[in-house]
Design a protein around this ligand. Sequence first.
Ligand code: SF4
Ligand code: F3S
Length: 106
Amino acid sequence: TFVVGEDCINCKHTDCVEVCPVDCFYEGPNFLVIHPDECIDCALCEPECPIDAIFSEDELPEDQQVFLELNAELAEVWPCITEMKDAMPDAEEWKGKPNKLALLER
Ligand code: SF4
Ligand code: F3S
């Protein structure tokens, strides 16, 4: 599966959702996730993210392993998103900021 990582929090550019052939992105207030049981590993979304927030499971950084479980958990409760929309208003400001996990809204 592919996994949305920490950099997406408070940025949420949503370019990724447009290319997914199986519509397996799910959206929360300031982050979105991939449903691990629905993702077919096509890898199309990874290069679409302008801030490189998406990883294949195998390449997910050690300090972001918690996002595996978070993607699985939140994909069960958040609504599906298939169309791109505006990024979060302060996306540029939040780009690459560390320790954003604490800011995740559910
Ligand atoms: Fe969708 Fe393919 Fe990305 Fe999986 S790897 S979330 S199937 S675009
Ligand atoms: Fe997030 Fe990148 Fe998609 S910032 S919403 S993973 S395009």
